[in-house]
Write a protein that binds this ligand. Sequence first.
Ligand code: EPU
Length: 417
Amino acid sequence: MERIVIEGGFPLKGTITIGGAKNSAVALIPAALLANDICTIKNVPNITDRDALFDIVKWLNCDINQEGNIIKIDSRKLNNILISEELSVRLRASYYFMGVLLGKYKHVEMYFPGGCNIGSRPIDIHLAGFKALGAKVTKRGHKYILDADELKGNTINLKFASVGATINIMFAAVYAKGTTIIKNAAKEVEIINIMDFLNKMGAKIKGAGTDTITIEGVESLHGAEIEVIPDRIEAGTYILMGALLGDNLKVDGIIPEHNKALLEKLTEMGVSYEVSKNSIVVNKCDNFKPVNVTTEVYPGFPTDLNQPMSVLMTQANGTCVMEETIWEKRIGHYPYLQKLGANITLDGNKATIIGKTKLKGCETNATDLRAGAALILAGLIAEGTTTIYDIDYILRGYENIINKLTNVGAKISIEKI
Ligand code: EPU
């Protein structure tokens, strides 16, 4: 077991380079199995969710060759066996093997996926999409068996613009006969990255990034190469750190447009930053104006930055409201922020945060990935020492976070316990 220890109050100066997007990479890796060939994925982030996917890929008898952040996946000897419960529950994105294996083999057996505890996280929209394409879904306990004689294109109207369901239905539909139209599709930029990969493999998909995606089924897919887009949530997390502690902190290797909603809120709060083509330089703000934030699907304010943003709100001069609308339970960090000294009142998923409060280091627990990120932000500005337990959640989604922060002046380390 390990814990993160932070000494707060040190300025952040220098450059942090952003890695590939977790939520893109975790779909691109399973997508490679759609080809009967070798695929190359560049800029894959060094996170434990990647390792969990590698274990599933190997379980299915595919080879992975890794050099730094470039991986090659060879799926020519794929063996479509039951994905064990132990592997399925290691991460949320294991659900992408449902769409991929159903699409390619018309049969898949696996268990309900795992992931952070931020709500009930059903997969009914995914399953409704598979059924609309002609699959039969059998559920035995936590195990799912999906079968089809053949998959046929259909028009599928998502009841909610789910990121995972949009991608999973694309996976199942690439080999379906005829045309599939996904309506009310999620518009997240990661979905464009997935479409580009599939099209390079020979798929015929249009419309990712809009609310209507059209997929013309094809007979076969070949190997292809894709680069994972920069992680806008990792970038946003470090931009927020820069707003609290930056001394010309440069967040590099990003697509600033992807962080538009965050940057607009920071402008409203009075944060000064300079945007270039692929980077942002952020400076510490001493007088944050209060703001209200409601999380929304892309291009709205991202739910994955809710928790880090709430730390900034503890430093605003006045009352801020943070309202979560995507997940039911993105609130695990609040008791720890209160323990650190923040003035927060919770009403369901709505937090009223009254600042500015001095935070004092204490012992905390990362209850999920972004809660962990929020506690790192809090620890970096708190007086004294903050200790974070359950850090596996953080390492799931933030590559080399300790090195990246140490390199810009933070006093942060991982200790074995
Ligand atoms: N939902 C359903 N039924 C479904 C699918 C989703 O009711 O079949 C609900 C969910 O319960 C939730 C909402 O729809 O209330 C949104 O879920 P969505 O399917 O869009 O989320 P996801 O695909 O499971 C991905 C990211 C999340 C990110 C969301 C929203 C991955 C592996 N996860 O989840 O990332 O919050 O999109 O952008 O891509 C994170 O990185 O911290 C994280 C949780």
